[in-house]
Design a protein around this ligand. Structure first.
Ligand SMILES: Cc1ncc(COP(=O)(O)O)c(C=O)c1O
Length: 328
């Protein structure tokens, strides 16, 4: 297994210096994001089934994933303070930062590893960002990105360990509660943990979060076992979105006391779910979203017939060929 991710940047501060994220932060993010992001639909793919299962289609979000929420919230929070924005990511975070900058009239520099998936690289370029393609492991790419940010006094947007990014991602949860007030269980995929952390804050007291992780990207499982984020080896079909080299410290602090279930999903089940969504609904879910769907269907999810389960289809930036002709 390769170690480290090409999507995420290891960045964990000492716990004592970390800010917190509150419901108020998520509510403020929701107000800030109004008119900037889509309200995504909630689909019941098998009407009448029990337990009831709905899917929130963040794959239809601007830039193809929920990531635009965190990136845009961070940019609007800092509005006027920076002219240049930088991020290190050859995946959805890079696409989101590039797209959010274009929509707000800002210049984005995105640092990407040469090994990033071609369709995601194309999307970053198409959004108009200046793309810096670098050889070497992701940690080196992230370090070059940080140096560039220092030299240009640019705002560096971290993919998950940033309170404003977490608050922005949490707006998915607030929107869901409005669409389905009876929801009891929300299934979400975890990479660096910013998305699930935002959801936990947003829906506390209303619904429980079930975290979904590919067995080959066990950042959360390993962090919970070790009592804190630890470096993990990552790989597999979802590595470009869920392959953080380790869970974020801020995410850990929010998730560890709140999560009761983490479901691990095999590569085969991720690919089968992706194929089902394409054949049954003509929706190109990417592996991270398929992972959450497969987790909701797994025995490990321990749901009962009266539960109301929402699966977040977190991204749709797939290459169609991957779905129609999945790798064995
Ligand atoms: C589609 C998709 N889903 C889920 C995640 C995981 O988000 P986080 O790293 O905040 O856990 C990512 C991260 O890039 C993603 O792109």
């Amino acid at each position: 297994m390769p170690s480290g991710s090409e999507e995420h940047q290891a960045h964990c501060e000492p716990e004592a210096s970390l800010p917190s994220v509150t419901l108020r932060d998520v509510e403020e993010a929701a107000r800030r994001l109004e008119g900037h992001v889509r309200v995504t639909p909630l689909l019941f793919p098998e009407p009448g089934e029990r337990p009831a299962v709905a899917v929130k289609l963040e794959c239809l979000q601007i830039a193809g994933s929920f990531k635009i929420r965190g990136a845009t919230n961070r940019l609007l929070f800092d509005v006027g303070r920076h002219e240049r924005i930088v991020a290190a990511s050859g995946g959805n975070h890079g696409i989101a930062v590039a797209t959010a900058c274009r929509r707000l009239g800002l210049c984005a520099d995105i640092f990407v590893p040469a090994t990033s998936p071609a369709h995601k690289l194309e999307a970053i370029k198409a959004a108009g960002a200046t793309v810096h393609i670098l050889d070497g492991p992701f940690t080196e790419v992230a370090a070059r990105c940080a140096d560039f940010a220092d030299a240009h006094e640019a705002l560096l947007i971290h993919p998950f360990d940033d309170p404003m990014v977490i608050a922005g991602q949490g707006t998915v949860g607030l929107e869901l509660l409005e669409q389905w007030p009876g929801v009891t269980t929300i299934v979400a995929a975890v990479g660096g943990g910013g998305f699930a952390a935002g959801l936990v804050v947003a829906v506390a007291g209303h619904a429980e979060i079930v975290a979904a992780e590919p067995t080959l990207c066990p950042t959360l499982v390993e962090a919970l076992a070790a009592g804190g984020p630890v470096p993990v080896g990552v790989g597999g079909v979802a590595v470009d979105s869920l392959g953080a080299p380790q869970l974020g410290m801020l995410a850990y602090r929010l998730l560890a006391p709140a999560l009761r279930r983490v479901v691990t999903v095999s590569e085969r089940d991720i690919l089968a779910a992706q194929e089902w969504w394409w054949r049954a609904c003509r929706l190109p879910l990417e592996p991270a979203a398929a992972c959450a769907w497969a987790a909701a269907r797994s025995d490990q999810a321990l749901v009962g017939p009266d539960d109301c389960i929402a699966v977040i289809a977190c991204g749709g930036n797939s290459d169609l060929v991957e779905i129609v002709e999945p790798a064995a």
